[in-house]
Ligand binder design. Structure first.
Ligand SMILES: Cc1cc2nc3c(=O)[nH]c(=O)nc-3n(C[C@H](O)[C@H](O)[C@H](O)COP(=O)(O)OP(=O)(O)OC[C@H]3O[C@@H](n4cnc5c(N)ncnc54)[C@H](O)[C@@H]3O)c2cc1C
Length: 429
């Protein structure tokens, strides 16, 4: 079955309006052969293709729309360490792998920094990420986090802020404290994705856009079909995340699409910038249903949140996000909102990214539960290792049990929405 999102241009976002380069890779025509065929041109697909090309593989990457068209070109741009569900893997395998998992959860940050430097990708990458506490229990969590960093002799700057310091650094009374670390940060995600695709292309990766994959024909050398051609490869990587409907027998009802939404204001005057975010850091609150925000390079407030687990679009993105922003920053009341957009994240019930193999040579990698800029780059490396025969880290994820909700995807989304009500209530208490 093909994707329902086909042959589209980028959504009207601040990112699409400020790209360094508009991509125009050809449509796949006729028959091609290659070592690896990657389906999906978001961070998972592009990072995997680039890693494989760096290691000498021949790669074809097929995207239904444009490079970075999905969540990767629309997200909050927060480059944050961690992998959802990692605690469960640690629990299963014990303390023996604790240090390896600690390194792994930061690995995506390192890959992004390396690539930005190596391929000279202009994507406004900056260090500094604040977790903002709304409730006393959040402060306890931050104390524990600081102790964990201490124990690992964390080599980057980090500090807990009290209420007063948080007010001074973020210009709001909304928080009772915060925690800043300078290994996480923020960036322009669409420019990163397009820049990585450019680097992959320069290394010989064949990229096809506007080419929705309709079918994977399995075999010793699977064939990946589109309406006008196919790619035959030793291995296939399926990286369509919340936007693909391929391999339903194995993957339907494993990952559920949930919407997340962002608004971008007009560029703010220096005076306001100096009041609300003088050191230009990314911010996430610690609620279960979180708000996240940062300034763009041209000093717009990019404010996101309002995850919608039912799969339905909100009637108005602005109407749902602006009140959230004004609660934190009433001083932005008269600021013009110039962009509003949303995208789909892939939710997995147990929150562990869904990695696996179908028939030994078709790999899939999806479901980062809203936390993907860092994680996609880690997973791209794990999948590339697996293709080369090193399965250790890939199998840590692939061997975790996932629950597939029986019935239709609509039904699954309703159940997830119901489950999230619990967390909404928790935020309110
Ligand atoms: C609004 C929003 C804000 C977010 N904020 C953050 C954040 O600040 N920090 C963070 O870490 N994470 C964030 N995320 C999550 C993060 O963006 C995702 O986890 C990550 O981008 C997923 O990347 P991906 O490549 O797996 O999927 P996507 O970027 O969604 O890419 C999948 C691609 O596959 C293509 N595709 C699908 N089907 C086919 C097919 N049949 N044939 C060919 N191509 C196909 C699609 O067109 C699409 O381009 C956010 C997500 C959203 C939506």
């Amino acid at each position: 079955m093909a994707t329902r999102h086909q042959h589209q241009e980028h959504t009207r976002s601040y990112y699409a309006a400020s790209v360094n380069e508009k991509t125009d890779y050809p449509v796949l025509q006729g028959a091609k052969t290659t070592d690896v065929c990657v389906i999906g041109g978001g961070f998972t697909g592009v990072a995997t293709a680039l890693t494989l090309a760096e290691r000498g593989y021949s790669v074809a990457l097929i995207e239904a729309n444009r490079i970075g068209w999905g969540a990767s070109g629309r997200n909050g741009g927060q480059l944050i360490n961690g992998i959802s569900g990692l605690a469960k893997i640690r629990k299963k395998h014990g303390e023996g792998i604790a240090d390896m998992l600690w390194d792994l959860k930061w690995r995506g940050n390192d890959i992004v920094h390396d690539r930005v430097a190596r391929y000279d990708i202009a994507c406004d990458l900056k260090n500094g990420f604040v977790e903002a506490a709304v409730k006393p229990r959040h402060m306890d969590e931050l104390e524990e986090y600081a102790a964990e960093l201490d124990a690992h002799n964390f080599a980057y700057e980090y500090t807990i802020w009290d209420r007063e310091k948080t007010r001074e650094m973020l210009g709001t009374d909304a928080y009772i404290g915060g925690f800043i670390n300078y290994r996480d940060g923020h960036l322009h995600p669409l420019n990163l994705c397009i820049g990585e695709a450019r680097a992959a292309h320069d290394l010989g990766v064949q990229i096809f856009e506007q080419s929705p994959v309709t079918k994977i024909a399995h075999g010793d050398r699977p064939k990946v079909h589109t309406a006008s051609g196919y790619v035959e490869a030793d291995s296939v990587v399926l990286a369509g995340n919340a936007y693909h409907f391929l391999e339903p027998k194995h993957l339907s009802n494993l990952t559920f699409p949930a919407g997340s939404y962002i608004i971008a204001t007009e560029p703010l005057p220096d005076e306001t910038v100096n009041q609300i975010n003088p050191t230009d850091v990314a911010v996430c609150d610690l609620n279960e249903i979180m708000d996240y925000y940062r300034l763009s390079a041209d000093k717009r407030m990019l404010y996101g949140g309002q995850c919608n687990y039912s799969g339905r679009e909100p009637a108005s993105i602005m109407a749902s996000i602006v009140p959230r922003m004004l609660k934190v920053y009433p001083q932005l009341k008269n600021v013009k909102i110039e962009y509003e957009w949303g995208g789909m994240i892939g939710i997995v019930l147990n929150r562990i990214p869904a990695l696996g193999r179908i028939n030994k040579n078709v790999y899939y990698c999806q479901g980062y539960s809203g936390h993907g800029v860092n994680v996609t780059h880690i997973m791209g490396e794990l999948v590339s290792d697996a293709i080369a025969g090193t399965m250790e880290k890939f199998d840590l994820f692939a061997n975790m049990k996932h629950f597939r909700i029986p019935g239709s995807q609509w039904m699954g989304n309703q159940l997830i929405a119901l489950g999230m009500l619990y967390y909404r209530m928790k935020d309110l208490v």
